[in-house]
Ligand binder design. Structure first.
Ligand SMILES: *Cc1c(COP(=O)(O)O)cnc(C)c1O
Length: 360
C-alpha cells in the first residue's frame, strides 16, 4: 500500500496496480527491449497498445458503431474551441448550459466562433444546483447543446442526460468519465481530459458521431479538424503515446473492477459515506443541492475559515494530501475518483470527526 491518499482534483490518483504494472514494464515492454516511451508510434508494438486501448474503451462505455474515438492533446480546454470550430456548421449559434466555472470557460471560448445562447444558469444560487430542463430556453435550430456533466470545482453533477431532441448533445465529461454508465447514443459528442479519471495529463479523449465530421469552415487549422484526425486514426502527428498506454492499463483495471457498473457501485458508496457525514454535522458544510451533488468532487467548508490551515496540516500528517479547495470556492475539496479506494474516504471521515471533536 502507498503511504498517502491523494484527493487531488487532477492530475489525480491512479490505481496502484496500474502504476506497479507500468513500473514493471518500464524498461522492457513485453520483451520488446524498449520502454513504451521510446517506441515509434507507427511501429507494431505501439499500434497494438493504441488499438487495444481504443477497443477496451469502446467495450467499457458501450460506444456504438458510427462513433469515432479520438486520442488527442490540448486538454478539455482545447475542446472548448474545437467543438464550436467543428460543430457550428454555419448555424446561427449554439446552446450552452451554465452550471459553473468550466461551463463558463467553454462558453467564453465558443463565443469566438459564433453566437452563444445560454439556455439556463445556476449563477443565481452561486452554482450550487443543476437547473431543471423544464426551465431551459433552448433553440430548435441550435448547432448543438453543450453542458458540463460534472463541475469539478463546484462539485455539481448531472445525474441525468438532457433531452436535446434533434439537436446534437455535447458534454464535457472530464471529471466524470467512466465513473457511471452513460448512454453514448444520446450524444453527438463527448470529450474530456484524461488526468481526472483515466490516466496522466496529456491525453484528451473525444467520442464523436460520424455525421458531425467534415463540416469545418475553410481556414480551420488541420490539427483542429475532427475529420482529419479521425481519418488519420488520431495519428496525424505523434500521439501522446505513454499517456495512451497508461490509459489502456486503467481500462483493463476498470474491467477487473466489474466495468463501469461495478465502479459506479463503489463510487456511490464512497460519496455516500462522505455526504452522510457532512449532513450529520454543523461543523462542516457542503452547499450543493442534494440531488445534484457530485460523486467525484466533494467541496466542503469548515465552520470557521481560520481552521482551514490546521485542518490541512493535520490531514497531511495523517497521509491525506491535496484537500485544499479551489481558490474560487475556498474551504476544502475531496476528489474521490474511480481510483480512490474506499479506505481513503474512511480515513478522511475519521479524521474529520476527530478534528471536529477537537475544534467543534
Ligand atoms: C479539468 C477540467 C477541464 C480542463 O481540462 P484541461 O485538460 O486542463 O484542459 C475542463 N472541464 C472540466 C469539467 C474539468 O474538470
Amino acid at each position: 500500500m502507498r503511504k498517502v491518499f491523494n484527493f487531488s482534483a487532477g492530475p489525480a490518483v491512479l490505481p496502484e496496480e496500474v502504476l506497479a504494472q507500468a513500473a514493471a514494464e518500464m524498461l522492457d515492454w513485453h520483451g520488446s527491449g524498449q520502454s513504451v516511451m521510446e517506441m515509434s508510434h507507427r511501429g507494431k508494438e505501439y499500434m497494438s497498445i493504441h488499438e487495444q486501448a481504443e477497443s477496451d474503451l469502446r467495450r467499457l462505455m458501450g460506444i456504438p458503431a458510427g462513433y469515432k474515438v479520438l486520442f488527442l492533446q490540448g486538454g478539455a480546454t482545447l475542446q472548448f474551441a474545437m467543438v464550436p470550430a467543428n460543430l457550428m456548421r454555419g448555424k446561427a449559434g449554439a446552446d450552452y448550459v451554465d452550471t459553473g466555472e468550466w461551463s463558463r470557460k467553454a462558453i467564453k471560448e465558443a463565443k469566438l466562433f459564433g453566437a452563444v445562447n445560454v439556455v439556463a444558469s445556476s449563477e443565481d444560487r452561486r452554482f450550487t444546483y443543476v437547473p431543471p430542463q423544464s426551465a431551459w430556453k433552448t433553440s430548435r435550430d441550435a448547432a448543438y447543446l453543450h453542458y458540463c456533466a460534472n463541475e469539478t470545482i463546484g462539485g455539481v453533477e448531472f445525474g441525468w442526460v438532457p433531452d436535446a431532441g434533434d439537436v446534437p448533445l455535447v458534454a464535457d465529461i472530464s471529471s466524470t468519465f467512466l465513473s457511471r454508465p452513460l448512454d453514448v447514443s444520446k450524444f453527438g459528442l463527448l470529450y474530456g481530459g484524461a488526468q481526472k479519471n483515466i490516466g496522466p495529463a496529456g491525453l484528451t479523449i473525444v467520442i464523436v458521431r460520424e455525421d458531425l465530421l467534415g463540416h469545418t469552415p475553410k481556414g480551420t487549422p488541420t490539427m483542429l479538424d475532427y475529420k482529419v484526425q479521425a481519418d488519420a486514426d488520431s495519428m496525424l502527428n505523434t500521439p501522446p503515446t505513454y499517456a495512451v498506454y497508461i490509459a489502456g492499463l486503467v481500462f483493463q483495471w476498470l474491467e477487473r473492477q466489474g466495468g463501469v457498473a461495478g465502479i459506479e457501485k463503489r463510487n456511490i458508496e464512497k460519496a455516500q459515506l462522505l455526504y452522510d457525514y457532512l449532513d450529520g454535522t454543523q461543523f462542516y458544510r457542503n452547499p450543493v443541492e442534494r440531488a445534484d451533488r457530485s460523486r467525484m468532487n466533494v467541496p466542503f467548508t469548515l465552520r470557521d475559515a481560520a481552521l482551514d490551515e490546521p485542518f490541512l496540516k493535520g490531514a497531511k500528517e495523517r497521509g491525506m494530501i491535496q484537500l485544499k479547495g479551489h481558490r474560487s470556492v475556498g474551504g476544502m475539496r475531496a476528489s474521490i475518483y474511480n481510483a480512490m479506494p474506499i479506505e481513503g474516504v474512511r480515513a478522511l471521515v475519521d479524521y474529520m470527526r476527530e478534528f471536529e471533536r477537537q475544534h467543534g
